[in-house]
Design a protein around this ligand. Structure first.
Ligand SMILES: Cc1cc2nc3c(=O)[nH]c(=O)nc-3n(C[C@H](O)[C@H](O)[C@H](O)COP(=O)(O)O)c2cc1C
Length: 170
């Protein structure tokens, strides 16, 4: 099997926001996809080790902040290479809360979605969460960041916890 061909699969780049009781967290994710139009539902694949995983299972909701191409690597790094277990991810970042109290980023964000999780699927290292949309609003005009643009133009990298990570041996 040539796993390198998986690099030809296209994605965007997002911040998934979560809430557990009075605490909020978020992480970078490229694996957001619309699944159905009626009801309007989305899916995201989240590593079982991530604090975000625990928060989604506990809170039952998630948000998706759709990042613009101009998003600095430092913002992706804050949400994609650090865990909310060690740091307050939203410190120094402009964000708002949805009606359900979920955070979404307002810096470098074109639009946000909010979804109520209605089912989850075990995918080994990751869980696929399926959620029905409960909010969707545009915030700014611009081009969304793609996973390819993040790697090829911004020269960003991906940690082993991302579902698309390929180790050097593979
Ligand atoms: C570009 C990029 C894409 C990522 N995509 C995903 C993803 O789709 N799913 C996932 O579980 N982790 C993904 N990650 C890794 C998480 O963002 C990372 O493990 C994060 O530190 C988890 O934080 P938490 O412990 O606060 O939840 C990605 C990271 C980067 C930089």
């Amino acid at each position: 099997m040539n796993l390198k061909v998986l690099h030809k699969v296209s994605y965007g780049l997002y911040i998934v926001g979560t809430k557990k009781l009075d605490s909020i967290n978020g992480q970078a994710a490229n694996t957001v996809v619309q699944i159905s139009s009626d009801p309007t539902s989305i899916a995201v694949s989240i590593n079982k080790q991530n604090l975000t995983h625990e928060y989604i299972q506990s809170g039952g909701y998630l948000t998706v902040s759709i990042l613009s191409r101009e998003t600095p690597l430092s913002l992706v790094g804050q949400f994609g290479f650090k865990s909310g277990r060690e740091t307050d991810k939203f410190s120094g970042v402009n964000y708002k809360l949805t009606e359900h109290g979920l955070p979404y980023i307002t810096d470098h964000t074109l639009a946000y979605l909010e979804a109520k999780v209605f089912t989850e699927m075990d995918a080994g290292t990751h869980t696929i969460f399926l959620g029905q949309l409960t909010a969707a609003e545009g915030l700014a005009e611009g081009e969304p960041m793609t996973y390819a643009y993040y790697h090829q133009v911004k020269r960003g990298t991906t940690p082993p916890t991302a579902p698309t990570y390929l180790s050097k041996e593979k």
